[in-house]
Design a protein around this ligand. Sequence first.
Ligand SMILES: Cc1cc2nc3c(=O)[nH]c(=O)nc-3n(C[C@H](O)[C@H](O)[C@H](O)COP(=O)(O)OP(=O)(O)OC[C@H]3O[C@@H](n4cnc5c(N)ncnc54)[C@H](O)[C@@H]3O)c2cc1C
Length: 472
Amino acid sequence: MARIVVIGGGLIGFATALMVAKQGHDVTILERDPAPPPGTPDEAWDHWERQGVMQFRQPHYLLPQGLRVLEEHLPEMARAIRNAGAIPHTMLSALPPGITDRAPRPDDGKFLTVTARRPVLEQAMAGAAGRLVEVRRGARVSGLLTTRSRQVTGVRLHNNMELLADLVIDAMGRSSPLPVWLDAAGLYEVAERADDAGFTYYSRFFRARPGEAPPAPLTGNLTPFDCYSIRTTPGDSGTWSVTVSIHSQDRALRRLRDERHWTRLVSECPLHAHLIAGGEPVTGVLAAGGTVNRIRAIVRAGVPVATGVLSVGDAWACTNPSLGRGMTLGLMHAAIVAEAVADHVKDPFTLALEYDRLTRQRLLPWYRNTVYLDSQRIAQVAAVIQGRSPSQDVPDLAGAPLRDLAAAMTWDADVFRAFMEMITMLAPPQEIMTRPGLARKITEAAALATAGGRDPWTAPGPTRAEVLKMLS
Ligand SMILES: Cc1cc2nc3c(=O)[nH]c(=O)nc-3n(C[C@H](O)[C@H](O)[C@H](O)COP(=O)(O)OP(=O)(O)OC[C@H]3O[C@@H](n4cnc5c(N)ncnc54)[C@H](O)[C@@H]3O)c2cc1C
């Protein structure tokens, strides 16, 4: 049995802690925020103080792949989330209207997930872990204990208390100061790369009126318009949220933070207006900006900077939230921690290398895919802001033109499903694009479009010129 300290009691800290605790290790979570989870979902939403997580009250949806990880490794957490009121949701909730073949497919169940407000998810996950994991709240870690041989042997708390551990897991989220701590301990620099994800989010939560059901979606969770997108996220207890996201450099559209402007824009989007008319607002417009795509590696050129420490979830890599991949990446990562710990906990050097190898193999491609999709969208929006036609000839990761895939998925039910498998991390783009028949379907649909002048479907809503007029 190893002594394992997890720094950070967020979603992924709890998931990781429970996975390794189930192997019989002695696991303690150290969480800087003092407040324990409240008793009910609504209290968690209304009152839980969580200064340590800046996105605590921002919209969150869990992708089907994330739910799969929970069901496989932490069925008690999946149960706790459902018991807390999370509702079933399919990522195929609304096929684009241009798709005439609306027949269900036998394996559509793979797009199913459950969704709840983030404080509710966190409260449920913390409750499910409590039996096997010791949680110390109000325990802010301020540094690491290390040896000359680059082994981390424990942590130092804000009150100078020390806690020894065979393994320290950094689950401190996107602001994890681990590289600074390792640097302060005289260890080589951690490799890090960060890019501004480039988006700002303006979100508002709603709740169904007494006796009424939440309005049904008329389009998918994420709808791109020319220079803004609308994301909708169903929640527990009759709640849902609507988010308008803009290019973070688009000064003119920042006025959408104003409730009046925000409401006017969404009201003029025919597939979204009912989402704000069909319920009571429970928040004003909540803004989130400054989100980065940032990735770190503790192993450099095949050599660990330090042993006895692993970074998981956002502490390893955080991504732009538009695609809602953060929690799912984190849960997949927690499963990698558990696998590496099960095989190598007694050998810190091999543990560091194996963890790095599995992370690169299974998660790095998804991180890169997210950065790639962001860069495509940012380039499109920037072109519209600058009055240029959005670039249409950038090849996608598997070599087929993105334009053709994006167009064909608005007409073809199978291409749409394949696209959603990629977006929701059920299957990597390389695998999807080499499926027999799919690339041909995409090319044929594109050729048909070129010959017949058929435009890909785009959601109805104000154009940039109209939004600017609205805001003036
Ligand atoms: C605006 C926004 C919207 C998002 N929407 C989605 C979405 O729809 N779907 C999705 O999957 N993901 C989404 N994400 C990403 C998601 O929030 C993260 O991936 C997820 O929170 C990562 O969990 P974590 O446990 O790694 O980190 P966190 O949730 O950030 O938890 C870190 C924990 O560490 C604690 N901590 C920090 N420092 C210390 C310290 N020194 N000592 C002790 N404790 C410490 C903090 O208090 C906190 O509890 C979104 C992110 C943002 C910014």
